[in-house]
Design a protein around this ligand. Sequence first.
Ligand code: TIU
Length: 249
Amino acid sequence: MDMYSTVTVESEPYPFEFVPKQCALLIIDMQRDFLEPDGFGAMLGNDVTQLRRTIEPNQKLLKAWRAAGLQVIHTREGHRPDLSDLPLTKKVRGRNKTSIGDVGPMGRILVRGEPGHDIIPELYPLSDEPIIDKPGKGAFYATDLHAILQNRNITKLIVTSVTTEVCVNTTVREANDRGYDCLVLSDCVGSYFPQFQVAALDMIKAQGGIFGWVSQSDKVLTVLELCLHYLLNIHSKKSDYFRISIVCI
Ligand code: TIU
């Protein structure tokens, strides 16, 4: 078992199989405006603690995924500063006094380059991890995500983050129509609304996994640890062999 072999994660509705090197961790919209207590989400009256509980499990998973040398991709929802990619319908929906593009608690709301639009420091991308800037809810709409995944030979996705019924669900549905298998980790995705968290996960795994699989991060961590132990064993066996060869000479 190594990063190029098929591994199996206990999941619903049945085990999820993937080759680690052909699977990307897709972290959706862990942005300050959605998660921080003084962000746009909180300003609208949402309970950000429902999202913040996902930070720690995502950190653990991200650390292990990076340590295993696997691919990580981050997304951010937001718009050009001139708002030319913002549909009027999205701008006016909700009839809020302050909306996308206006000055909010952390700069202009959901505008690229503004502090609130950026990813929270706890999960900040490394310089070699692609960030997909998306104008919509789905990460495939009007982005180069599909091209990046194809160029990197990625066939499966582990999808995490926020919010479960909005950008996570939309992205998983878009991924399905493009031929990707998706595993969603319930402790790593969050919704402002507990009832939507349950329903959104149920929708993914219903009907034999109509949109994908659902599991928890500890199940993925266990599989990664097994792969790493296997690789460490191989390396230590190789170095034993090397030492023996030197002694014989
Ligand atoms: N990232 C994402 O889900 N965007 C949202 O607007 N989500 C809400 O739940 N509002």
